[in-house]
Design a binder for this molecule. Structure first.
Ligand SMILES: [Zn+2]
Length: 493
């Protein structure tokens, strides 16, 4: 561990409401769980921001020398339409609408999710478990919760008894809600529900005859509740008590609150030391919503094919834009903001391209060690990427001054400066160097990638007319697609 790593990392912990000094449960190791996507539609740009925040956090923890086991699940069953535990499973509903096998939906959108994340240069998590792959673990957990007296069975469904739980535990400990207030603010049950109280939530739902995704259990043929899968998968891979649990702000209640309750009820202890929540992404000052049309998806943002932005933006520019805000702040996505980020990003890359040709001197007019410490101080202060980026721009200024002969740097300092910039820009922030010259061909490559993916989708849907049309028209434009077992690549002539 270097001098810089001894600086204490502080993490804003939703549980304590403070920036806590990070002390891993097992020295040198970090267990981190992040709630993954529900794969019934293309990934939302707001979710991309959340996952990008945790990708940055994963990268920094690794850089500090921790051995990190990062688990991010795929919700491929059990996510009900709303949190009132009524209605259909989101994936089943989509499958019924499109008259295909639910696992086809899951496959299609899991592939889309990975494609989008790869485009933004995400590191893969250590383990990416699926809810359907952990039904046995979920049934085991429900049995433990029943055995400990915190759940009841009605008509083949199993519900968590929040009122009983609250007698000996604190329901609302994470979201700072009081059960009395929740009772006061919820409508009474309408007699349609099997639940004893509106605050109770489903651990297992008996499947209606029309429900396609179902598994046998001691209570009924049915499916698990959404909150349960994260408890099952996090504790299976990280232990009953682990370091970091992350997710979007909107998951704090009830999802994460229920995870705590389930763990307490099943295992008699709280599951997580540091709860982290990433904030929302807005679009032009308002909440993103398909219904109002104030909406853009990742593919549209990258291709420029949309009515909201003036042009296409490179994934690294979008990543740089997102990193300019703290993960805990609301970020407003605008065309002007992206254009400014594009300028800043190129300014940073231009300075980096100058480093190797700078003339060194016998003394430095800039304190590199102090500057390097400032970079670590920023990240150690709850992963403060905007301050880190501002600090990186102090180096950009120096690089340009040295180039113009208006400042000096020693050879030793230059090595340290370069190493630090590379570490933070490429390893921690996860940006990719693109020079202005090749950004046009990058855009072409991204556009062809999109077409390759559309063609793949068409083939999966057995729409061979469309897949052939895409291939033939690209060939006419001088772009040859080459299919192999590894996937599809392209060449231009
Ligand atoms: Zn979750």
């Amino acid at each position: 561990m270097s001098l810089y790593n001894t600086q204490k990392l502080k993490i804003y912990n939703t549980l304590t409401g403070e920036k806590d000094v990070f002390q891993p449960i097992t020295e040198g190791h970090v267990g981190m769980y992040v709630c993954g996507p529900t794969v019934y539609s293309n990934v939302h740009l707001g979710n991309v921001r959340t996952f990008m925040s945790f990708d940055m956090i994963f990268r920094y923890l690794k850089h500090l020398g921790y051995k990190v086991r990062y688990v991010r699940n795929i919700t491929d069953a059990g996510h009900l339409e709303n949190d009132a535990d009524v209605g259909e499973d989101k994936i089943t509903k989509k499958a019924r609408l499109e008259a295909i096998e639910p696992m086809e939906i899951v496959q299609r959108y899991t592939v889309d999710f990975h494609n989008v994340l790869n485009t933004f240069n995400f590191l893969p998590p250590s383990i990416e478990p699926t809810a359907t792959g952990h039904i046995i673990e979920q049934i085991g957990l429900i049995q433990d919760i029943i055995d400990n007296g915190f759940a009841y069975i009605v008509n083949g469904s199993v519900y968590f008894d929040v009122h009983k739980y609250n007698e000996s535990n604190e329901y609302g400990i994470l979201s700072k809600r009081k059960l009395e207030d929740l009772i006061h603010n919820t409508r009474a049950l309408d007699g349609q529900s099997d639940k004893k109280n509106p605050q109770d939530f489903a651990l297992w739902k008996k499947a209606e005859p029309s429900h396609i995704m179902r598994w046998p259990s001691p209570w009924s043929d049915g499916f698990p509740g959404w909150h349960l899968e994260c408890t099952a998968m996090s504790t299976k891979y990280l232990g009953d008590y682990f370091d970091i649990h992350g997710g979007g702000m909107d998951l704090k209640f009830p999802h994460h609150e229920c995870e705590i309750a389930q763990n307490q009820a099943a295992k008699g202890q709280a599951p997580v030391k540091y709860w982290m929540h990433a904030n929302m992404l807005e679009l032009n000052g308002a909440r993103m919503s398909k219904a109002t049309g104030n909406y853009i998806n990742p593919a549209e943002l990258l291709s420029g094919e949309n009515d909201i932005m003036s042009k296409a933006y490179n994934p690294s520019v979008i990543r740089f834009f997102m990193m300019q805000a703290s993960y805990r702040s609301i970020l407003d996505l605008t065309d002007a903001g992206l254009a400014a980020a594009e300028k800043g990003f190129h300014k940073l890359m231009d300075a980096i391209s100058l480093i190797d040709n700078l003339k060194t001197s016998s003394s430095s007019s800039f304190n590199v060690a102090e500057w390097k410490q400032k970079c670590y101080n920023a990240m150690n202060d709850d992963f403060n990427t905007p301050i880190l980026i501002a600090t990186l721009f102090e180096a950009v200024k120096i690089i340009n001054l040295v180039k113009d002969g208006k400042a000096t740097i020693t050879a030793e300092d230059l090595v340290s400066l370069k190493e630090t910039i590379y570490t933070f820009v490429f390893d921690v922030l996860g940006l990719v160097n693109i020079s202005k010259e090749n950004s046009r061909s990058d855009k072409l490559a991204s556009a062809v990638e999109i077409l390759i993916n559309l063609r793949k989708e068409a083939r999966l849907n057995k729409d061979f007319a469309l897949s052939d049309k895409i291939r033939d028209e690209l060939a006419e434009a001088g772009i040859q697609l080459n299919d192999s077992r590894e996937g599809t690549t392209f060449t231009t002539n």
